[in-house]
Design a protein around this ligand. Sequence first.
Ligand code: OOG
Ligand code: NI
Length: 466
Amino acid sequence: MTKSGFVGSDSIRSAFSAAMSAMYRDEVPAYGTLMRLVARVNEEALASDPEMRERLAVTDSLDRISEERHGAIRLGTAQELSTMRRVFAVMGMQPVGYYDLSTAGVPVHSTAFRPVGDASLKINPFRVFTSLLRLDLIKDEVLRNEAAAVLSRRKIFTDGALELVEKAERQGGLDGQDAERFVREVLETFRWHDKATVSAEIYERLHSAHRLIADIVSFKGPHINHLTPRTLNIDQVQERMPHEGIVPKAIVEGPPTRRCPILLRQTSFKALEEAVLFPEADGSWRGGFHTARFGEIEQRGIALTPKGRVLYDRLLNEARERCRPAADGSNASEYEAALAEVFRAFPDDWSSIRKHGLGYFSYSLTAEGQRREGIDMDLEAAVEAGLVRFDPIVYEDFLPVSAAGIFQSNLGDDAMQEFIASPNQKMFERDLGAIVLDEFAHYAGIMRASIDRCLRHVGFAAAAAE
Ligand code: OOG
Ligand code: NI
């Protein structure tokens, strides 16, 4: 509770994330199975790797691991996107980054809503990958207009949710009772609806333009399509998923297995085929199927600097040039071998990653550093002398190539389609009604603040190296 009697936005986000998880567990039982498997693997990973446990404890992020997850939704209109931004703002979530998926044959562009402050991230880093349909990429004009008309008629937020967003904006927050109601009302937007809003015939036409278009346009709201727990050992989970009756996609997206994890590794299991009903002209319902919701897990590593990111992108491209992963998984081991081989060029110990300026680190005083006062050393010397330690800052964002791979694996092999690559961040930001934050500036800020804290505490004379 803040001074004003309002509930903090971090608490609202935590409550919402928990409510969403409970709803998804009810709706998609395999999610519950995956959560249990991830919890077991995480416990084992912590028990077998004391160094990792200590790092997580020092950076204050041990407790958040089991609470941590991201979800994804796909929106249809600019109006929906800008209102969603206001809804997430009440929960302390800002749009970070711009992801153009058109290059990968997916007619959307996206951002991730997430908390940005170090303290908020530690409390609950819940994120939502949020995509907006690009109607401008639908070639068939009749279909494009029809889709736009259907979308313009729907209301994805309850009146209660809208009223509470306005109230929060007006007052600068929500009291306990309103916050509880807000969570309940907003959850409705993310709920699955098995009754389509379009006829089976329109659904089919949307579907043949692109499966994703059918998913976005044909339903009452942007059902949450996956909820992803964070694991400390994705290879273990991937290996053990089949024993739990879950079949993962053939390859893990992102960097290869490493001693020092970088960025983000993800894997998913195929979308469920779900029974849905389509309205008929005579008021009756016709049965059919729709695939939208799937499962995913991820392992997060260190956030890379622009220099590190350039190296990552170059190596990933090189691996994909040597061996392009086939949608049916037939060359998975060949791809993994190429990836591992190419990534030997990326240093794999924290010290080298830091020395080469490839990753962002958080600096803190060791026990010895805290005992000593008035030391006249620069940061590097203090690190050398064991007075200051450095720990990797976790990457909180997403990767466009991985996201495309996740989208694709759930669309099926036949869904590869050509769109002309046309990133349009300006258009996205206009529709969003805000500028997306630059992730690199954000990580650099967290690193800088940790260095300043060290310098203040011990009174090092020299300024720290970047
Ligand atoms: C989003 C896919 C992207 C990720 O983790 O990269 C994503 C979607 O399918 O809507 O969630
Ligand atoms: Ni995801």
